[in-house]
Design a protein around this ligand. Structure first.
Ligand code: FAQ
Length: 311
């Protein structure tokens, strides 16, 4: 019986069909999706913190309104993604426990500090730019609820990317000190952004199966390359230098060659030892604790409503 279900599942995947929550699926497929979608959700929620740091210090009312909207969007993305993961039979409490106890991963990129206002623009331009590159192919992911959640998320991410670029363009037209501030932020974010795409394909344990299942459509290295090729001309328009002396156009490959990524640094950050890991996690745990009374009150209210309805 299982063999028949498995072969029906394989045929659906091969035909580029969608798997829906009520469908039979191999346990390993379910587990991989819960892992990836919950990590993705955690990244969106933890990802609110670096930029949230600047909401009270945005340089104008307009910039503050844009930043508030962007950070709220990230919160919304987290919520759609937790909902998508819940359709696989995991509860939000289980996922949050895994995050708060340090067991679950979230994107390495959110463990770096936002030292100046230019960092907010650079996060929009480069971090959201990398996020879109990685997420557009997930709109075609084989798991229906994840694929559908990604459509709206990608539309919002592309607004985020543009607002970041526009904010940086404004700074680049300003004073020499403002231009230096942008260049400094680009220098600090460039390499961690390249690492966001994940380890090289040869060292990526989940890639082959993820590809086979139609969860991953384009490999880590290919997406990283596409991102570099798309970003170099944007850096030229902005007038910033990307901090890589080996970055240059390769005529033969019709791609940019670029320098080596420091994977030891990446793994140190993923394993909890980046500049802000402890602070980020502590902030999330405190926010969850501070919200405890709201959750308890909502549950007490629901119980009261139910008991009244039964009378
Ligand atoms: N950070 O075998 P692979 C955003 C882990 S965008 C931390 O290649 P896979 C928007 C990986 O989990 C950021 N860990 O794994 C935003 C695995 O460990 P595991 C979030 C990383 O899954 C913008 C191990 O390394 N986007 O939030 C990272 O096939 C601005 C081996 O790696 C997504 O999550 C990393 N960078 O490929 C918000 C997109 N890279 O789980 C606010 C969905 C790898 O076996 C402001 N996810 N690892 O213990 C994906 O596309 C994939 O999961 C990859 C990793 C590509 C991230």
């Amino acid at each position: 019986h299982t063999a028949e279900l498995q072969s029906r599942f394989d045929a659906r995947i091969d035909a580029q069909g969608k798997i829906e929550p009520q469908d039979w699926m191999p346990e390993a497929y379910r587990k991989t999706l819960v892992r990836q979608i919950s990590q993705h959700a955690h990244s969106e929620i933890v990802g609110m913190l670096p930029e949230g740091n600047w909401i009270s210090r945005a340089p104008s009312l307009k910039r503050k309104a844009i930043l508030l909207a962007k950070v709220q969007d990230e919160g919304g993305h987290g919520l759609y993604l937790y909902s998508a993961a819940e359709t696989l039979g995991t509860s939000r409490d289980q996922m949050l426990d895994a995050l708060h106890s340090g067991k679950a991963k979230y994107s390495s990129i959110f463990n770096y500090p936002t030292l100046t206002w230019a960092d907010v623009g650079v996060i929009g331009w480069l971090v959201d730019g990398a996020a879109i590159m990685n997420q557009v192919p997930i709109c075609r992911c084989s798991y229906g609820p994840y694929a559908r959640a990604m459509i709206r998320i990608c539309k919002e991410e592309s607004f985020h990317q543009r607002q970041g670029f526009e904010s940086l363009m404004t700074l680049m037209k300003g004073t020499p000190a403002q231009r230096e501030m942008v260049q400094d932020a680009v220098n600090r974010w460039w390499w961690p952004v390249l690492a966001m795409f994940g380890p090289p394909d040869a060292d990526s344990p989940n890639s082959a199966q993820g590809m086979r299942w139609g969860i991953k459509r384009i490999s880590n290295d290919e997406l990283r390359q596409k991102f570099v090729d798309a970003t170099v001309p944007q850096a030229q328009i902005l007038g910033v230098t990307l901090p890589d002396p080996e970055l240059q156009w390769n005529e033969e490959r019709q791609q940019h060659a670029f320098g080596a990524i420091d994977w030891d640094d990446f793994w140190a950050v993923v394993n909890g030892n980046g500049p802000c890991n402890k602070e980020r996690l502590a902030t999330r745990v405190k926010a969850h604790e501070d919200g405890r009374w709201v959750r308890e009150a909502a549950l007490a209210h629901a119980r009261k409503q139910r008991s009244r309805a039964m009378k």
